[in-house]
Write a new protein. Structure first.
Length: 559
C-alpha cells in the first residue's frame, strides 16, 4: 500500500504513535477561536449523508489497468505486473505562472534533500511547469508544527494534514474557515471534470473532506483500512527455529527467547497499540464504543484496556523493549528492526512493509519482513482497528485568488495520475537511469531514489487506491493482500460511521497529556494504581464532554 502512517513507506491515522501537541495545542485553541464570529470549543458533528450537494460527481478514468488480485473493500485491488505500455494522462503542463508553489508534507526517517540538491524534485517540477518547493517536517512531531503554524496563521499554499492529526488539533473546523480556501465551487458536481484525476476519487473520500458544510480539501483516499500491523523479522525467527506467534502466550514466549542484550537484540519497540488490539480494546473514533445500554464508553474505562496496560507494563519491566526506544521518542526503530535486526517485532503502519523490505534487502538478501496475524487474547474472532477515511488532506491557503487556486488544483490533479501513466511513474520512481532501472517487471529504485523520494508529491495529491506493483519485492502484493483480505473480515464496526466529528477542544487538548500519563505507567514511572486517578482526570478534562457529543451524534439507526 503506497503510503500508510507514518512511514510511507508507512501511513496512516496515528500510522502512528505520532506524538505531540504539547503547549502549542493549548495555545492554538484560543488563537483560532478569536478568528471566529462564534468561538466554541464544544465540538460538533456533521452527518455526511447530507453533504452530497457539495462533493464532486464521480467519473471513472477510461482505460484503467485491470487488477490481478481483488481486495475485499475497503482493501484496494492489487497489481503484480507493471503495465507494459505507459500513457500520457495529462497533455498540458499544469503550472502556467512559473511562480514557485510552497508546500509542507511529513516524512518519517531522514529528510530528503531540498529542491536545489534533488534531481527528483527538479525532474517532476519540470513536468509540472511551475516548481513546488517542499518544506519537509518530521512525521513524528508533525502535530507540533501544525499547531504552531495554525496559531501564527502562517501556512504554505499547499498543506498536507494527515487524517490522524486532525483528531488532535483543537478547533480544527474553525481553523479551516480562517486559513484555507473553500474549494466547493471549484470542484462540486460536474465542475470537477476540469480535473479528471480528482473526479475518479471515491465519493466517500470526498465526503470526509467536507467541514462546516463546505468542501475544504482534496482527500488522499486510503490505500488500506488498517492503522497498525505487528511485523516480525521472519528470517530471524526461522534462524532460531521459531514460528510466527498465533497467540499472546506464543508472542511473549518468543519475545523472551529472542531477547539477548549481550548480542544487542530485543524483542520489541513500543507495541502498545497492538497489545490493545489483541485484547479487543475499542478503536473507533480514537477508542470509543457503545455499552450494552447504548451509551458511549471510551477505552480507558474498559477492563480490556486495563488488562492490555498491565501486559505492556510487564513487557517493559521484563526488559523486552529495545532500550533506545525506552530512552527516547527519537529512536529510529525502523532501522533497528529492518536494517540491524536489533528489534524482532515492530508495530508500524502497513505501508512501512514494502519500503523497508525493498530498501534493506539490498544489503541483506535473506531479509523477510512479515505481519503477525491479529489474534484475540480471549479467544474467538479478533478485533481489528481500521476505517476507510482518507490518509490525508491537502488544503489550499486562503486568499490566493481564483487563478492561483485553479493552477494549484491542476498541479494536484497531475500528481494524482494513476498506475499506467507516465506521470505516475515519474512521481513514484523518478528519472530512469538515476532513480530507477528498468526490469521485465517494471522500474526498480536505486539508492538515489531512496534518498530523494519521500512521497512529497503523493502527500499533496490523492489517487485511486491501488497496491503495487513492486518489481523489487515481487511477493509483496500477494502477501499484503492475503493478510489484508484475511484481517478485513474482523474490522471493528464504528457506531459513528458516516458522522464527521469535531471533538471538543478540551478533549483534543488533553489527548496527548493523558497518553503521556499512561506512558509513564507503562514504563514504570508511575504505579498501575494511578490508573483510576488518570481516568478521573481525563473525564473531568474533556472526556465527559466528548461522551455527551458522541451520544447526541449517533446516527438514528444507532440510537
Amino acid at each position: 500500500m503506497t503510503s500508510q502512517h507514518p512511514d510511507p513507506g508507512s501511513s496512516r491515522r496515528r500510522f502512528l504513535g505520532l506524538v505531540g501537541l504539547g503547549a502549542a495545542a493549548a495555545a492554538t485553541g484560543p488563537l483560532l477561536a478569536g478568528c471566529s464570529e462564534k468561538p466554541s470549543g464544544a465540538g460538533a458533528a456533521e452527518q455526511l449523508d447530507a453533504v452530497s450537494g457539495v462533493v464532486p460527481a464521480h467519473r471513472d478514468l477510461p482505460g484503467a489497468v485491470q487488477p490481478d488480485i481483488i481486495g475485499t473493500r475497503p482493501v484496494p485491488d492489487g497489481y503484480t505486473r507493471y503495465p507494459g505500455t505507459l500513457v500520457d494522462a495529462i497533455a498540458d503542463k499544469p503550472g502556467t505562472s512559473g511562480k514557485q508553489v510552497t508546500a509542507m508534507t511529513p516524512a518519517w526517517g531522514p529528510a530528503p534533500p531540498g529542491i536545489a540538491q534533488s534531481a527528483y524534485l527538479q525532474a517532476v517540477n519540470a513536468e509540472l511547469g511551475t516548481p513546488v518547493n517542499f518544506t519537509i517536517q518530521d512525521g513524528n512531531t508533525y502535530a507540533d508544527k501544525l499547531n504552531a503554524m495554525f496559531g501564527a496563521r502562517d501556512v504554505p499554499e499547499l498543506l498536507c494534514v494527515p487524517g490522524w492529526e486532525v483528531e488532535k488539533i483543537p478547533r480544527f473546523a474553525e481553523a479551516i474557515k480562517v486559513l484555507f480556501e473553500d474549494l466547493t465551487d471549484h470542484l462540486k458536481g460536474d465542475a470537477v471534470n476540469t480535473y479528471p484525476m480528482l473526479a475518479s476519487f471515491p465519493t466517500g473520500a470526498w465526503r470526509n473532506a467536507v467541514w462546516n458544510g463546505r468542501l475544504a480539501a482534496v482527500p488522499n483516499p486510503t490505500d488500506g483500512p488498517f492503522p497498525w500491523a505487528l511485523f516480525t523479522r521472519k528470517d530471524l525467527l526461522d534462524a532460531r527455529g521459531l514460528a510466527v506467534p498465533k497467540s499472546l502466550d506464543e508472542l511473549l514466549t518468543a519475545a523472551k527467547q529472542v531477547t539477548d542484550p549481550a548480542r544487542k537484540v530485543w524483542a520489541f519497540d513500543d507495541v502498545f497499540a497492538m497489545i490493545q488490539m489483541f485484547h479487543k480494546v475499542p478503536g473507533s473514533k480514537g477508542g470509543w464504543r457503545l455499552r450494552s445500554d447504548g451509551t458511549p464508553e471510551f477505552k480507558y474505562e474498559t477492563p480490556e484496556y486495563r488488562r492490555a496496560l498491565e501486559v505492556m507494563a510487564k513487557i517493559y519491566k521484563d526488559g523486552l523493549v529495545h532500550p533506545d526506544v525506552v530512552a527516547s521518542k527519537g529512536a529510529d526503530a525502523n532501522q533497528l528492526f529492518a536494517k540491524n535486526g536489533a528489534i524482532v517485532f515492530k508495530q508500524a503502519g502497513v505501508g512501512f512493509w514494502q519500503g523497508a523490505q525493498a530498501e534493506h534487502q539490498k544489503t541483506n538478501p535473506t531479509l523477510n519482513i512479515q505481519p503477525v496475524p491479529i489474534f484475540s487474547v480471549t479467544g474467538g474472532d479478533p478485533l481489528v482497528w481500521g476505517d476507510d477515511e482518507p490518509i490525508s488532506y491537502t488544503f489550499v491557503k486562503k486568499g490566493l485568488g481564483k487563478e492561483r487556486v485553479r493552477e494549484l488544483l491542476r498541479i494536484i490533479n497531475w500528481c494524482s495520475a494513476p498506475l499506467g501513466s507516465q506521470e505516475a511513474q515519474l512521481r513514484d520512481f523518478g528519472v530512469e537511469g538515476k532513480h530507477h532501472t528498468t526490469s521485465p517487471n517494471g522500474p526498480v529504485k536505486t539508492d538515489l531514489a531512496f534518498k530523494e523520494i519521500a512521497n512529497q508529491y503523493f502527500f499533496i495529491s490523492g489517487r485511486n487506491p491501488t497496491v503495487g506493483p513492486y518489481p523489487d519485492t515481487p511477493n509483496y502484493v500477494r502477501d499484503v493482500l492475503t493478510y489484508s483480505n484475511q484481517m478485513v473480515r474482523f474490522l471493528e464496526k464504528d457506531p459513528w460511521d458516516g458522522v464527521k466529528l469535531e471533538m471538543p477542544a478540551a478533549y483534543k487538548a488533553n489527548q496527548v497529556p493523558t497518553e503521556d500519563k499512561f506512558t509513564d505507567v507503562l514504563r514504570g514511572r508511575r504505579p498501575l494504581g494511578d490508573v483510576d486517578a488518570i481516568v478521573a482526570e481525563w473525564k473531568t478534562n474533556g472526556g465527559e464532554e466528548a461522551r455527551r457529543l458522541l451520544a447526541k451524534s449517533l446516527p438514528k439507526a444507532g440510537r
